[in-house]
Design a protein around this ligand. Structure first.
Ligand SMILES: C[S@@+](CC[C@H](N)C(=O)[O-])C[C@H]1O[C@@H](n2cnc3c(N)ncnc32)[C@H](O)[C@@H]1O
Length: 261
């Protein structure tokens, strides 16, 4: 079997259209694993994925890259806490926040902690989605390593986690604030309207075309006055063209009253 045919079949098996991902990175990951397992050829590789669930799981893990942590880039969470969320809450009595590509839950749970600190839990719905069902299950468990909570201010860590045998168990009051769902950003309809979309370190793996399609759909899903928070290495360069305002580092806002030309 040719590599292109293999890649297409593998994509179908995983429910991910691999054409939308940057091919160099993806090819490197796929071939690295094939070598590690000592597959004979692409037929053998596909067969192993179809018949050995543990291999399929490992393959999915490698493809999706789930690295995350609480308060990743703490300055952004500080701005979210003290500027962005208070601004959104000032204008609306009920709001929806969407963590798109939420991985192990560190990101939406960080938001839930902030919302709780703002005494706004009753006004906020937090939706968290990811393409990887396995990582969603892990997120729902809410158990983390010291490394995953290292950027969290100590007072919050002590307040919201119980520590047992080097692991940190998130308290149920925060766990119950987040609604997890399986969702493929490249295929599935977007939740809408949303007041804040957090999509960080997900689109870096996508092609330029997939990324620009995604941002257009995010903007459609946003309520006027709503914000998008992106990753530090993935600024939206054409934000003006997309009708957004660049309010703070990595934050973009859909104007509350769009200018009519
Ligand atoms: C590196 S993690 C980022 C986690 C978190 N947003 C952060 O910045 O810490 C990337 C996540 O994107 C998810 N992902 C990749 N492709 C996706 C897609 N097409 N739809 C939804 N999630 C996707 C992966 O499963 C992974 O959990």
């Amino acid at each position: 079997m040719e590599y292109d045919v293999f890649k297409q079949k593998v994509g179908e098996l995983c429910g991910i259209d691999l054409r939308h991902y940057k091919s160099q990175q993806m090819d490197r990951r796929i071939n690295f694993l094939g070598q590690a397992w000592g597959v004979k050829d692409y037929d053998d590789y596909l067969n192993q994925l179809m018949t050995r669930p543990e291999r399929f799981k490992e393959f999915m893990n490698r493809l999706t890259i789930n690295v995350s942590e609480f308060f990743r880039n703490p300055e952004r969470f500080h701005e979210l806490w003290h500027q962005v969320l208070p601004d959104i809450l000032k204008h609306r009595s009920r709001i929806t926040i969407w963590s798109a590509g939420c991985s192990d839950g560190s990101e939406p749970y960080s938001v839930a902690i902030i919302v709780n600190e703002l005494n706004a839990a009753a006004k906020v719905r937090i939706l968290a989605t990811d393409i990887d069902r396995e990582i969603i299950r892990k997120a729902q468990e809410g158990i983390y390593t010291a490394n995953e909570v290292k950027s969290l201010p100590e007072d919050l860590r002590l307040k919201y986690f119980e520590q047992k045998n080097h692991l940190f168990y998130l308290k149920p009051e925060i766990k119950q604030m987040v609604e997890f769902r399986h969702h493929n950003l490249l295929n599935d309809p977007f939740p809408s309207p949303v007041d804040l979309i957090i999509c960080r370190n997900v689109v870096i793996y996508f092609t330029k075309e997939a990324k620009s399609m995604l941002y257009k759909k995010f903007i459609e899903a946003l309520r006027p006055g709503g914000y998008i928070l992106v990753g530090g290495t993935e600024p939206i360069l054409n934000y003006r063209q997309l009708g957004l305002e660049h309010t703070l580092t990595s934050f973009y806002q859909k104007p509350r009253n769009p200018v009519v030309l």
